[in-house]
Design a binder for this molecule. Structure first.
Ligand code: PLP
Length: 398
């Protein structure tokens, strides 16, 4: 298999996670809502998983952990659920221009229902000024949703400061910590988060499960109807096996976090410095220091991101195009655009995201191959794999 450098898109499940899940996919298949023995067995496992996740987040009550189908659902539930619950107090929401599409889409949907949304800009390094948040807060601001770490650039927002500002002014503070959890220490009390999103498949857990932390006392209008599961906030039979897997992945992520921060940070810096020094016309996207240790986004002047991604794939290197292109067929990255990059002039962004199986030898191989690939694309002035303007539509970066 090739060299996988797309861990921000998804991660492989750890064998321990699969082992922990297996009984609940097999003999312990009970519905955690059933009152007979098998149901109670499933319920016990679910509550143990809830307790483990609550402890990992520094949450005081295990009931604050709501299992949902993933980061996208948690973001939607957080933004819409909290805004609708608080609409008697006001209908103003604050978010940022670089949020994941799940948050942006939820805000757009509320805007269509008459809510007012303020979208905070970021600077050229992808950072947000707390002062700007302060200025945007109004008496009718009910929800502030700002991500912990950006999925494309890895840039980390000053969440504790932002959370404090929002909460001091009476707004509910939500942070999407999908990319940050397991890579940075997170505590809902330190970060002053009222609502916090996690997703298991970004931390070597199963796909299709996530968590919304809901601080006790925060009003939420459920976005799914049909049952009283998950403290009445999220209807539907709970995926017990996946919840058990998520809890196991959370525990393992915290155990290896410190060592992985150092190891991946060193590999990422070697990769990044190697690229920036060996290839002319390259530029880092995102603040050098306030970033996740595993992520590097780089623009290559005169080269489309999707062309380079496809050419690297042919060489057995899997990365993600953080930005597109000038054809009109692909959507430019809203994150890089918010940072003032012009994909048509500055080149598309490539996201390298490192993880558990990344080795020194893999990084060296990328450094050996990349200059030649970029040179070929520049020489051919290739504007996409295939004919200019016919490249497939690019999905938003996960
Ligand atoms: N938020 C961020 C920052 C992400 O990177 C992702 C991943 O795509 C999501 C939310 C969505 O998570 P999920 O894939 O579990 O729906």
């Amino acid at each position: 298999m090739g060299i996988y450098l797309d861990y921000n898109a998804t991660t492989p499940m750890r064998p321990e996670v699969l082992d922990a899940m297996r009984p609940y996919l097999d003999s312990r298949f009970g519905n955690s809502g059933s009152v007979h023995s098998r149901g109670r067995e499933a319920k016990r496992a679910l509550e143990e998983a809830r307790e483990a996740v609550a402890a990992a987040l520094g949450a005081r009550a295990k009931e604050s952990i709501v299992f949902v189908s993933g980061g996208t659902e948690a973001d939607n539930l957080a933004v819409k659920g909290a805004a609708l619950a608080a609409q008697g107090r006001g209908r103003h929401i604050v978010t940022s221009a670089v949020e994941h599409r799940a948050v942006i889409g939820a805000c757009q949907s509320l805007a269509q229902q008459g809510f007012e949304v303020t979208c905070l800009p970021v600077d050229a390094d992808g950072l947000i000024e707390p002062e700007q948040l302060k200025r945007s807060l109004r008496p009718d601001t009910t929800v502030v949703s700002l991500m912990y770490a950006n999925n494309e650039t890895g840039v980390v927002f000053p969440i504790a400061e932002l959370g404090q500002l929002a909460r001091e002014r009476g707004a509910v503070f939500h942070t999407d910590a999908v990319q940050a959890f397991g890579r940075l220490p997170i505590d809902v009390e330190v970060e002053e988060a009222d609502l916090l999103t996690l997703s298991a498949h970004k931390i070597y857990g199963p796909k299709g499960i996530g968590v919304l932390y809901v601080r006790p006392g925060i009003g939420m209008i459920p976005q799914m109807h049909g049952g009283e599961q998950e403290q009445g906030v999220r209807a539907g039979t709970v995926n017990v096996a996946a919840a058990v897997g998520l809890a196991c992945a959370v525990r393992l992520a915290l155990e290896s976090m410190r060592a992985e921060q150092r190891r991946l940070g060193a590999l990422r810096d070697r990769l990044e410095m190697g690229i920036l020094s060996a290839i002319a016309g390259t530029r880092r996207n995102g603040d050098q220091d306030r970033r996740l240790p595993n992520t590097s986004s780089i623009s290559f002047y005169g080269v489309r991101g999707d062309s380079l991604m496809a050419a690297l794939d042919l060489e057995g290197i899997e990365v993600s195009a953080g930005a597109a292109c000038d054809s009109g067929a692909s959507e430019p990255s809203h994150v890089l655009q918010a940072m003032g990059r012009r994909p048509d002039i500055d080149g598309g962004g490539i996201r390298f995201s490192l993880g558990a199986a990344t080795t020194d030898a893999e990084i060296q191989r990328v450094l050996d191959l990349l200059p030649g690939v970029v040179e070929r694309l520049r020489a051919a002035n290739v504007q996409g794999i295939g004919v200019r303007g016919e490249s497939p539509r690019q999905e938003p970066t996960p």
